[in-house]
Design a protein around this ligand. Structure first.
Ligand SMILES: [Zn+2]
Length: 272
């Protein structure tokens, strides 16, 4: 019997961030700035929609006191796509209700990935055990991992210790370095929609040049550039074996292009 795969992919842009390129590319010249999209991915699986990553926590951006504490880094600027909740707006645009998202997968707990988790209390949340354990240490906040984003007893954590299939056709691949329990995702599409698939690196590789040049990401927690390049090579070999493209997590050219391509493939109005 054929394996069941993912039947639709919808790419979301949940905001942007302006930052030093050296955060994404080790050794980039100081003062070189980038504007990078904040990614989210909806996957239609057996059992309903699975959301990979959730964007910023808008409450920490709108409130001046919270903003000073959590978004006070002058070298990083968070940009929201509109006045409301980015997830609400992106899902409304895709014609999907928040209640139809049955589970969430988190690549890691950074402010631009776990900030929208508060919308999904009571639903399964897939992450690596070591990422959550690190996130709960006092050290985490100075690495832009905010306990307020995810430390809620109502969350139904499904914690993995390494690679794990989290839904039919969706495999989490442990790629530590950017954070201690960062994970990337391999998505296998169902034969009924033409098969194939994608490897989504998320922040194991922010930009295309991290992949093509095999140059480390600049933002790392307790990891060397060499260890991060090892993760990029591992993802490249998984992608090559399956014949899938490897998609960087924050590339300002790749993300909108792939958003348009997947929208066309699955017959949806492209996102903004
Ligand atoms: Zn990150």
């Amino acid at each position: 019997m054929a394996r069941t795969g993912v039947r639709e992919i919808v790419l979301l842009t949940l905001g942007w961030e302006e930052l030093e390129k050296s955060v994404s590319v080790e050794g980039a010249p100081p003062g070189e700035r980038m504007r990078e999209p904040v990614p989210g991915i909806l996957l239609l699986c057996d059992g309903g929609w699975l959301l990979l990553d959730t964007g910023f926590n808008t409450a920490l951006i709108h409130d001046p006191a919270l903003r000073r504490r959590f978004y006070g880094d002058p070298s990083h600027r968070a940009i929201l796509p509109g006045p409301g909740e980015p997830l609400d707006e992106a899902l409304a645009h895709a014609g999907i209700d928040l209640a139809e998202v049955h589970a969430v997968g988190l690549s890691h707990l950074h402010l631009d990935h776990a900030g929208g988790l508060r919308h999904f209390t009571g639903r399964p949340v897939h992450a690596q055990r070591r990422e959550l354990e690190f996130g709960l240490t006092p050290e985490a906040e100075r690495h832009a991992i905010f306990r307020i984003d995810f430390d809620d007893p109502r969350h139904d954590w499904r914690l993995a210790d390494g690679d794990a299939e989290i839904a039919p056709g969706v495999t989490a691949v442990l790629t530590p370095g950017h954070t201690p329990g960062h994970q990337s995702f391999v998505v296998d599409l169902d034969d009924s929609v033409g098969g194939g698939g994608y490897v989504f690196a998320f922040d194991a590789a922010d930009l295309t040049e991290n992949i093509t040049e095999e140059v480390s990401i600049g933002g790392r927690v307790n990891a060397s550039p060499e260890e991060c390049v090892e993760q990029i090579r591992r993802l490249k070999s998984i992608a090559a074996r399956r014949g899938y493209p490897l998609i960087p997590g924050h590339d300002p050219h790749v993300w909108p292009e792939l958003t348009a391509q997947t929208a066309e493939r699955f017959g949806r109005t492209p996102a903004r």
